[in-house]
Write a protein that binds this ligand. Sequence first.
Ligand SMILES: [Fe+2]
Length: 379
Amino acid sequence: MVATRAGAASTSRARSPCSASGRAAIRSATSCPWRSASTSPAPPIPTPSTCATAARWDLAKTYVEIAEFNLQALSSHIYRHHYVAEPFAVSSRRQLAPSHPIHVLLRPHTQHTIAVNRAAFNLLKKPGGVFATLYAGELRETRNIMRRSYERWSVREQEIEADLAARGVADGPREYPWRDDARLWTPVLRRFVADYVALYYPSDAAVRADAELQAFVAELQADDGGRLRGLLPAGELGGRDVLVDLLAQFLFIAGPGHAAVHFPQTDHFTYVPAFPGAAYRPPPREGELVDAARIADTLPPLDVGVAQFQNNQMACYRFDRFGDYDRYELGRVAAARPLVARLHADLAAVEQEIERRNRARPRPYPYLLPRLVPNSINI
Ligand SMILES: [Fe+2]
């Protein structure tokens, strides 16, 4: 789908705040006017065999990467992790007493999420800011990627196995490090959360009878609250299994899920020629010369490229490490100490297994190594 969007990108120019260099960004990834022209056939998707030269194929791939840059940052990263996590951070503080066991569990995994999201939200509205400067769309179009993500995905559809099945990648390709390493995390998180919930809720009835917990979950879903769609199988928190599934999925989103979409940006998006945030020339017409100069002219101008490098380099910051609860109340709960110790042991085993896999992989995949995964979304 991404290839189609980019390959068939609009050839219309859009004024952009980053046109100070004399070039205006092309809205290649975030808006597709050709889609509404239902009478026009979609342009063909370029392939190595349909591109007359290597340069033409390189340029086709560049447009795909621009689309990927925008979708990854706005949908996969910011919306599906930062803004799905935010209601948990807000409503756990509003509806659960600080000493409530679920508040205590969530506190490390919601640390600084509200602050970082507020900063991002302000930038998403700021003319001349990073989102207005680096990305392919104008601010309204860039925000629209997030809005459409909200409309298209429910929270339960983001659960790993549901997501893999929906994308048809549950079993193949054979080499898919994110999928394979994420599957190491899910049983570890579920066991930790299940054991923790069992400390405080002896039965399903106890879950149903906890008024604070019910208010928390209701606010996560409320139209005037978190507005998280499809959060629970029947829309209700009816028992312990549902609670465990919900919390385990949240811990994944806040920890390894976010780490896997955030930290690769520093490794990849800092190399602007491979991952430009926007195109500054429309895709070439049939027969139009494509050479190195044409490719360079399509890439962001130097000042924009420098800003893209700086922003993605700064993003490489880790506040803490997943399962490090020393600074939180959770680290002082005596009954939870054996559970936390086992979590640490389980994560050490995950670390070992990923290290073993990385030695055999064509290219190491470090992003789900537990030592590189923070507790929360704070950057
Ligand atoms: Fe992030």
